[in-house]
Design a protein around this ligand. Structure first.
Ligand SMILES: Cc1cc2nc3c(=O)[nH]c(=O)nc-3n(C[C@H](O)[C@H](O)[C@H](O)COP(=O)(O)OP(=O)(O)OC[C@H]3O[C@@H](n4cnc5c(N)ncnc54)[C@H](O)[C@@H]3O)c2cc1C
Ligand SMILES: Cc1cc2nc3c(=O)[nH]c(=O)nc-3n(C[C@H](O)[C@H](O)[C@H](O)COP(=O)(O)O)c2cc1C
Ligand code: SF4
Length: 652
């Protein structure tokens, strides 16, 4: 299969370091740190990706200074206790033939100071978001400390056996805060002109380069576009990168984009499924054009090797980063090499298991791949054949049932899955009716195809009843019967539509839709956006201060401008009390005063689901083993459904 991806599988050299192919795993914070140091979990996590064939892994943001910790599990590099811990990761990665670089960073103004009881540092006293900490404007002593901290961290990483490192000039972290006129309004030698704004970042880079010597790869990660005004754009970076490279010898430029600011910009960094694949490939291509002699890396939404091959073959860049694609499937390269492309578990760019967990200060995992972050217990080779082959009946072909069936079948069980509809997929089929959410379809198709490959008997159009289940004589039953939408009754309203009805029959809604948003999740937000996309006037009513409360900010920052563009009016802090003709009678929860929305044609309510658990009550005690997974336990999301399906597939 290497012939299908000749560029992907060609080796590449960065300074003295030889990479076996041109795919790297970009740095991504995992929240696996223990006591701010790399943990066993890191070792297993990265070893798995190395076994899976990645040419290069760039370890997550390694914080260089106490003012940069910012999160409970953030990994630091300035503590000498880190050297043996980093060495364990490096050894594990090297043992599989992969190279390991570090990423050294001071995050600047977006580090909350709770972890070291430190003030927040920045170029200027401008917070990254309204309500964020106001940074202390760094003086030259502070800058000196940060230069020394970068050098100390770099020395530790080299001592630990890492093969190279990148200094973070991007993602709105401290050095970008100095580079960008959006965050640097200083009037001293470090602000104003481009030359001045470059002074401190170049000082850091120069010191690291000198400390590492010429034979240790040192590169930079940049944001080639901040996507905001006043901010840095591609043209600015096309000027700055050659200036940087002329001032300090660097071995590569890793090109990303975005600034860390509560703005659309941040949502581009981990572009979700609403963004086209490889949407930002013009940025690294634009940088390569001005530094053709330097290796340039591309990243973001390269979730298919075909895309990586395309940009490599076009000569746009030298290496392609696949971060989330590797979280979803650490073995994607090994599978491609073996010609098993169909078995690559795709990243659907949902952001739910990975970056959403970072926001929640939880360990990173993956909606599509529940084994991510659990490699020691659930990683490659841990799915062993069951001691006794059992007859397992799975009821329900949503993501929970499909994953339970897939895992049980791969352990050698005789698995049958019943689905009452004429196709499997459950609610995923509804979600995927929304064109911009179509990538969600893989939460059905990938698992369905693997089930078929493993010999699961899938029978659609079969409704499980107690009698049918008992007649089947299963050794174990897994109920994955999902949920239905909760219906809302409002005094005076003839009918309140559910999201399901709204998606299936949008024409029945008329033009002006009052959309009651109470689940805070994609089911409501994506449906409301879709209705607006269809040309309807949508008024979003929520009892909270904001809608989409359960969706990660890394996606919400792009949702808000999209809804604004579609003229979706948001009425926060409102409770619906009644309907009078075409008017919805509301209460303003901030003042307790009445409010109204006139001229409404229909009301859609997204108020959560009701678990389909009747069969569970009826079967309890009547089959040898009964288990429940997914929304039929409690209505939630596909993240929990697939996780529970996986766990039960291992347990039956
Ligand atoms: C519009 C919409 C958008 C959504 N967007 C997202 C999103 O962006 N991210 C996310 O994580 N989640 C999203 N969800 C929620 C997610 O789809 C569900 O949480 C997930 O599908 C639950 O999986 P499940 O397998 O437990 O149940 P379901 O998907 O509900 O599947 C249950 C299956 O069981 C079948 N069944 C029920 N009873 C029987 C029976 N007696 N016999 C045979 N078959 C039976 C049903 O027909 C159904 O196919 C969305 C849901 C909707 C409706
Ligand atoms: C969970 C998560 C954590 C991340 N943490 C970092 C980080 O520590 N440093 C960094 O430079 N980029 C970080 N990123 C950004 C990625 O390196 C990458 O640029 C981004 O995910 C887009 O690439 P992808 O589409 O291949 O995932 C993170 C991304 C994710 C999903
Ligand atoms: S959680 Fe979603 S976006 Fe993140 S890696 Fe998994 S599939 Fe991709």
């Amino acid at each position: 299969m290497t012939s299908r991806f000749p560029y992907v599988f060609s080796p590449f050299r960065i300074g003295p370091v030889e990479l076996r192919n041109r795919i790297f795993v970009p740095a991504h914070t995992t929240n696996y740190g223990v006591d701010h140091l790399p943990s066993d979990r890191h070792v297993h996590y990265h070893a798995e990706k190395a076994r899976g064939g990645a040419g290069l892994i760039i370890f997550e943001a390694i914080r260089v200074h106490p003012t940069s910790i910012g999160r409970a599990q953030g990994v630091i590099g300035y503590d000498p206790r880190g050297v043996p811990a980093f060495r364990r990761v490096a050894d594990a990665v090297h043992a599989e033939g992969t190279r390991l670089f570090g990423q050294i960073v001071h995050v600047g103004r977006h580090a909350e100071g709770h972890f070291g009881r430190t003030p927040t540092w920045g170029a200027s006293p401008i917070p990254w978001t309204p309500g964020g900490p106001i940074p202390h404007e760094m003086n030259e002593d502070d800058m000196e400390a940060v230069v020394a901290a970068h050098v100390l961290t770099a020395r530790h990483l080299r001592e630990a056996g890492l093969d190279g490192l990148e200094v973070h000039f991007g993602h709105g972290h401290l050095l970008q805060q100095f580079l960008s006129p959006a965050s640097n309004v200083r009037t001293d030698a470090y602000g104003g002109s481009e030359e001045n704004r470059l002074r401190f970042p170049l000082g850091v880079l120069q010191a690291v380069r000198e400390a590492m010597g010429p034979d240790f790869p040192v590169g930079i990660r940049i944001s080639a576009e901040e996507f905001m005004a006043p901010g840095l754009g591609l043209e600015d970076m096309q000027r700055m990168v050659p200036t940087i490279a002329a001032a300090v010898p660097i071995d590569f430029v890793n090109v990303s984009h975005s600034a860390y600011i509560a703005h659309y910009s941040l949502a581009t960094q981990m572009a979700d499924m609403h963004f086209p694949r490889a949407a930002f490939r013009y940025l690294p291509a634009g940088i390569k054009a001005v530094v053709p002699h330097l290796p340039v890396f591309a990243v973001c939404r390269f979730n298919r090797l075909e895309l990586a091959e395309e940009v490599l073959a076009a000569g746009e860049v030298d290496l392609v980063g696949m971060a989330r694609a590797h979280i979803a499937d650490p073995f994607l390269l090994a599978k491609a090499r073996a010609g098993r492309l169909d078995e690559i578990r795709p990243c659907i760019a949902c952001n739910q298991g990975c970056i959403a967990m970072i926001e929640l200060h939880q360990p990173v995992t993956c909606l599509m791949n529940p084994t991510a972050g659990r490699e020691a217990e659930w990683g490659e080779g841990t799915l062993t054949t069951a001691a006794v082959r059992r007859r397992v009946l799975v009821v329900g072909g949503g993501p929970a049932g499909l994953e339970a069936a897939r895992v049980a079948a791969s352990r050698g069980h005789d698995v049958t899955l019943w689905e009452r509809e004429f196709e499997v997929g459950g609610q995923v089929n509804l979600a995927a009716r929304i064109p911009t959410r179509r990538e969600f379809t893989y939460a059905r198709t990938f698992f369905e195809e693997q089930c078929r490959r493993l010999g699961v008997t899938i029978e659609c159009g079969v409704e499980a009843t107690v009698d049918r289940v008992l007649a089947f004589r299963p050794d174990a039953v897994v109920l994955a019967t999902g949920a239905r939408p909760k219906l809302l009754a409002i005094p005076g309203a003839a009918h309140v539509f559910s999201t399901w009805e709204a998606l299936l029959k949008p024409a029945a809604l008329g033009h002006h839709v009052a959309f009651i948003e109470a689940d805070g999740n994609w089911q409501s937000v994506a449906t409301a956006e879709h209705l607006a996309e269809l040309g309807k006037r949508v008024t979003l009513i929520t009892g909270g201060v904001a809608y989409g409360a359960r969706i990660t900010i890394y996606s919400m920052l792009a949702v808000r401008p999209r809804l604004r563009e579609k003229k979706v009016r948001v009425m926060p802090l409102r409770a619906v009390r009644a309907v009078e003709g075409r008017a919805v009678v509301l209460e303003d929860l901030s003042t307790g005063e009445p409010d109204r929305l006139d001229g409404v044609d229909s009301i859609v309510a997204a108020v959560g689901g009701v678990a389909e658990d009747r069969l569970a009550h009826e079967l309890r005690g009547r089959v040898p083993e009964l288990r429940m997974v997914g929304d039929c336990v409690a209505p939630r999301t596909a993240l929990e459904a697939i996780f529970e399906g996986h766990a039960v597939g291992r347990a039956v």
